[in-house]
Design a protein around this ligand. Structure first.
Ligand SMILES: [Zn+2]
Length: 140
């Protein structure tokens, strides 16, 4: 069965995501794009998110890729918001109902090659860019 959210064959997206997170935390060079991997995956799998959480992840992609904000700064802003109790919404969906009604994408996590850190970072960035473009076309 294909993933009902990103369209990856045999639901391989979840397996690949878990493998990539391990790579990012254990292999030098791979972790540089961790922020993109997580946000792109979450935007494509909106059933894991509340609507506010989904919009937040999409906006993160925009801040990383369009506004070129350094991940460390965004993480700090995020942490400040959470620590001060300013964040008033929940990220994780309890219902499992997708936020967006989209099942085909130009790129999925399966398009990311992982044989070395250089191609990995390049491919994750290309995937994240195409996810952002398509998410913005939805006009949510
Ligand atoms: Zn998927």
């Amino acid at each position: 069965m294909n993933c009902p959210e990103c369209g990856a064959p045999d639901n391989l997206c979840q397996v690949r995501f878990d493998e990539f997170l391990v790579l990012e935390f254990t292999e030098a060079g791979y972790g540089a794009v961790h922020h993109l991997t997580v946000a792109a995956y979450m935007v494509q799998h909106s059933s894991k998110m509340t609507r506010e959480g989904w919009e937040y992840e999409r906006d993160l992609l925009r801040q990383f890729l369009v506004e070129n904000k350094p991940p460390a700064r965004i993480r700090k802003e995020m942490k400040d918001t959470v620590d001060s109790g300013k964040r008033t919404f929940k990220f994780k969906s309890k219902t499992g109902v997708p936020v967006i009604n989209k099942t085909t994408w130009r790129k999925t996590i399966l398009d990311v090659r992982a044989e070395n850190a250089e191609v990995y970072c390049e491919d994750v960035t290309a995937w994240a860019r195409s996810v952002l473009e398509e998410a913005e076309e939805l006009r949510i």
